[in-house]
Design a protein around this ligand. Sequence first.
Ligand SMILES: Cc1cc2nc3c(=O)[nH]c(=O)nc-3n(C[C@H](O)[C@H](O)[C@H](O)COP(=O)(O)O)c2cc1C
Length: 224
Amino acid sequence: MNVTANASKAPITAASVTVHRARVLPPPSVRGGMPLMEAMSLRRSSRTFGTGPLSLQHISNILWAAAGINRPSGGDRTTPAWRHIAAISVYVATPDGLYRYSPEHRQLIHHLSADLRAMSGEQEFAGTAPLDLIYVAHGDMLMQLEEPERRLVASVDAAFMGQNVYLYCAANGLATVFRGAIDYPTLTAAMQLGPDEFVTFAQTIGHPRYVQDCPSSLESGKAG
Ligand SMILES: Cc1cc2nc3c(=O)[nH]c(=O)nc-3n(C[C@H](O)[C@H](O)[C@H](O)COP(=O)(O)O)c2cc1C
């Protein structure tokens, strides 16, 4: 899954996204790359990030890994979901605003112009890394379940997405960490979510913090 060589260098910018309200992502790179067992051996959480933007190709690949369509039916995805109900939307917090990933149209749909990265987590790095994914559950799609089970199922669905993103990052030299340290009421209000929608977890992604950002070498950070 070595997409880096083919990756589009174009980052998401205000001009490229906000003007169009919806940004069509390049097709995901689904051939080749690092063997799965090697990627698993490299998987880890990182909490220090470079500030450089991710290419649109990386963003497309990351979102496809989390929730992309991978079979001709059009409804089957890269990650499993309870009763085949796609109850999680992946929101993408960037310096230019907040977007919702549309797997069907392979688009980033503009949601808000505010930069909510810092608000997506209680750890400082969330606000400096180029990308934070926020896994939002649509509770109205899980109405067959009582409230605690709804949260459990949504968390499991989000966790599968997070693990695919971990493996993509491991295979492509990116840094990431799945996060639950979130001020949920504040983030939910800032995202202007509907009454049945709730945040499950978030995940920060960026380039590793190399020498040019951190003179004393690559930092790995500690568990949060
Ligand atoms: C449900 C869940 C919530 C987590 N929340 C956070 C968090 O808020 N902040 C953080 O830095 N790491 C968080 N982590 C990452 C764990 O701390 C990390 O996976 C663990 O320390 C093991 O390290 P490793 O991922 O490098 O193997 C979370 C992991 C999981 C599964």
